[in-house]
Ligand binder design. Structure first.
Ligand SMILES: Cc1ncc(COP(=O)(O)O)c(C=O)c1O
Length: 429
């Protein structure tokens, strides 16, 4: 067997099971699990209908490139959301969820003929980046994203002589777990580095549609809300009352950043997904978009890997990308939960309101994230994820140490009840 398999770390949830082994949760309290980043809002009925209406497609082998209809619906969505024109034939590819694509992309990108191969990753991070690097024969190099550095990847930490070995850089914006969105200046820096050192950027944007109305200078200020013409289909009100500045401005995406900086999409591949946006984590549907040459090679890889998307899922996905009304409602529910829970927790935990995504990345009193998670489970039957499970030792420490990730994926009442229990837990300690 491939010895690199032995280098893979156990997944954070396995570490959590080990942490809780032999611990009995307070039996008088119902379990509330805020550890897993799985959306729990119901799947919209029209997506299920589109899926069942297309079951006839099961009689044919799908092509790896996906149907024209699906690629066109993704390109239409990117035009609406990112203000960019993509060629659906060459710059868009459907994938079976962004997870498999983030993994497979490294296998396609990494040049095996080079002796030393590096992949940069934020830290804390989505664990697939590390596994993808290891199995591609590359060494992951972690850049800590902390409150002290504004949760930004500090590229000045990369030693000068390492750059020539870097082949791929994962960036995650909005960040899991930090909720941080990269700014145009961040993009300017990473594009310049990619040009200077000839690497590819894999931009993981799977949380791009879960964002909050805090005024943040992420995009050029929009004095009257979203400009006419940029409105999602099914979302009326382009001429509505002027809103607070950029209240509804979505997070800056990599494709938009490239356009604003006057670039084409070379060296950039964006990964997005329906899982969070449309509450279909079980559908396994996402896309990659950007650099046509990288996508051509990735398609070649995928043809051999055998990762064509099921035709019924392609039809359901095309329907999902074409509708925004359900996404607006989905976002409303997350906003309601964060608005309810953050004021409750602010006196007992330390956190920044996230720009986007559905996590609170909170520093716990006392600094022991694993003990906090274990005792919270024991005494209050609430599960959160210790931050150290999401990060690696780098730059002199584990940047997840002392944090917990709280995923507000359950219903409003459960999230409020969990927050009440966390407040009691901290006050009783
Ligand atoms: C940062 C990040 N990227 C990618 C994914 C993968 O999502 P999916 O495969 O459902 O598109 C997740 C899932 O939790 C995630 O947190």
């Amino acid at each position: 067997m491939n010895p690199r398999l032995q280098q893979l770390q156990p997944y954070p949830f396995q570490k959590l099971r080990e942490l809780f082994a032999g611990v009995t949760a307070e039996p008088g309290l119902t379990a509330i699990n805020l550890s897993i980043g799985e959306p729990k809002h119901p799947t919209p009925a029209f997506i299920k209908e589109a899926l069942s209406d297309a079951l006839g497609g099961l009689a044919h082998y799908p092509i790896t490139q996906g149907s024209d209809a699906l690629r066109e619906s993704i390109a239409d969505w990117c035009r609406m959301r990112y203000g960019v024109e993509l060629d659906p034939a060459t710059e868009v590819l459907p994938v079976n969820g962004s997870r498999e694509a983030l993994f497979a992309f490294a296998q396609a990108v990494v040049d095996q003929t080079r002796h030393v191969k590096r992949i940069l990753s934020p830290n804390p991070f989505y664990q697939i980046y590390e596994g993808a690097a290891i199995l591609a024969g590359a060494k992951p190099y972690f850049l800590n994203t902390t409150p002290e550095n504004g949760y930004r990847m500090d590229f000045s930490q990369v030693p000068d002589d390492m750059w020539e070995t870097v082949q791929l850089v994962y960036v995650c914006s909005p960040g899991n777990p930090t909720g941080k969105v990269m700014s145009l200046d961040d993009w300017r820096e990473v594009f310049a580095l990619a040009d200077a050192h000839d690497f590819i950027i894999a931009a993981d944007e799977c949380y791009s549609e879960i964002y909050f109305p805090h005024p943040k200078p992420l995009m050029k200020p929009l004095p009257f809300g979203i400009p006419e013409g940029a409105h999602p289909k099914g979302h009326k009100g382009a001429k509505a009352e002027p809103k607070a500045i950029d209240e509804d401005a979505p997070p800056l995406g990599a494709l938009t950043a490239a356009k604003q900086l006057g670039r084409d999409f070379s060296r950039l591949v964006v990964f997005n997904s329906l899982s969070k946006r449309s509450n279909v984590p079980g559908l396994r549907s996402g896309f990659v978009a950007g650099d046509a040459e990288a996508i051509k090679q990735f398609l070649l890889y995928r043809t051999y890997h055998g990762s064509a998307m099921n035709p019924a899922i392609q039809a359901a996905s095309a329907a999902a990308w074409a509708d925004e009304a359900h996404v607006v409602e989905n976002r409303r529910q997350y906003r309601e939960k964060f608005a309810a829970v953050m004021p409750m927790l602010k006196d007992v935990l330390e956190f920044d309101a996230p720009d986007a995504a559905f996590y609170l990345w909170a520093r716990v009193p006392g600094g022991g994230d694993t003990a906090f998670a274990r005792e919270l489970f024991r005494k209050k039957h609430v599960t959160v994820l210790p931050g150290s499970f999401l990060a690696r030792e780098a730059g002199g420490g584990n940047p997840g140490q002392g944090f917990v990730r709280i995923a507000l994926v359950d219903g409003l009442e459960q999230c409020q009840e969990a927050a009440r229990r966390i407040v009691d837990f901290v006050k009783e300690a």
